[in-house]
Ligand binder design. Structure first.
Ligand SMILES: O=c1ccn([C@@H]2O[C@H](COP(=O)(O)O)[C@@H](O)[C@H]2O)c(=O)[nH]1
Length: 275
């Protein structure tokens, strides 16, 4: 999916919501634990309840690969289901990969070709040759970790060299490798106040923003500092939507939580003049 198609989806759905499929098998409602593939059945119900107001899904790969072969099967079935039922939706593998060049090539093939995701999250710290193999796929995206939502972000990402913070150096240097058509950046909603400065460096790129919902980030603050004339934001919520309820009503509640966020997003898009 290209930049224009993504923006068209945002306008059509009046939403820049990404639902995170962090489908921890231990948290899946009891009544689904007996079926053949509880994670897939859970995902399917959440997807059907939220697809109308969602532009992207982001399975976090840890919740699948931790279960071995069965987990990979749940993931593959989930991707196939979304591709068949909701082909307009943008699919992000939150895998946080990146290694020496020939290994990155295999990670890229695994997620962008074999599993057919639209995008993959990549850690930038091994540099150019670890990132560029992911950029060889037309209409696929690298989402580079820039400023993460967690407390540990302060350990390295704010370190300064000649007045430039490490996450700023990531934003600047990586623009030599890709552009707004194939590269996005992760910026945590918990660091929304830094988004103004980030927009000075990457005014046009899409940003994937996790941290709204369970981590307490504010959607309004994210939009205030981070929204550009093409929206430029994909805001993720995982636990706040998929585990809003742990009873047989989980999908209904997931749909309600997703619609609530979409309603707030619609207001923000209108305020910005995008709708
Ligand atoms: O800086 C980052 C980068 C990635 N994530 C991921 O996003 C989701 C957030 O889940 P919630 O349940 O909505 O908190 C999860 O998959 C993280 O691994 C992030 O939170 N922060």
């Amino acid at each position: 999916m290209n930049y224009t198609a993504l923006f068209e989806q945002i306008k059509k759905k009046k939403s820049f919501l990404c639902v995170g499929l962090d489908s921890d098998i231990a948290k899946i409602p009891a009544h689904l634990q007996q079926v053949a593939d509880p994670v897939f059945e859970f995902n399917k119900a959440v997807i059907d309840a939220t697809a109308g107001v969602t532009i992207a899904y982001k399975p976090n790969i840890a919740f699948y690969e931790s279960r071995g072969v069965e987990g990979w099967q749940s993931l593959e079935k989930t991707v196939t289901y979304i591709r068949q039922q909701y082909p307009e939706i943008f699919l992000i593998a939150d895998a946080k990969r990146g290694d020496i060049g020939n290994t990155s090539q295999m990670y890229a093939k695994a997620f962008l070709e074999t599993l057919n995701f639209d995008a993959i999250t990549v850690a930038p710290y091994m540099g150019e040759d670890s990132v560029t193999p992911f950029l060889q796929y037309p209409e696929k995206w690298v989402i580079l970790l820039a400023l993460t939502s967690n407390k540990g972000a302060f350990d390295f990402q704010f370190r300064e060299d000649k007045g430039v913070k490490l996450y700023e150096a990531v934003l600047r240097k990586s623009q030599e490798w890709g552009d707004k058509q194939n590269m996005m950046y992760v910026v945590g909603a918990t660091k929304a106040e830094m988004l103004g400065g980030i927009r000075d460096i990457v005014p046009d790129h899409f940003l994937l923003v996790p941290g709204v919902g369970a981590q307490g980030g504010s959607l309004q603050e994210v939009a205030k500092y981070g929204m550009n004339s093409h929206c430029g934001l994909i805001v993720n919520s995982s636990r706040g939507i998929i585990f809003a309820d742990k009873t047989e009503q989980f999908a209904v509640r997931a749909g309600e939580e997703a619609r609530k966020l979409q309603g707030e997003m619609e207001i923000l898009l209108k305020e910005k003049g995008i709708l």
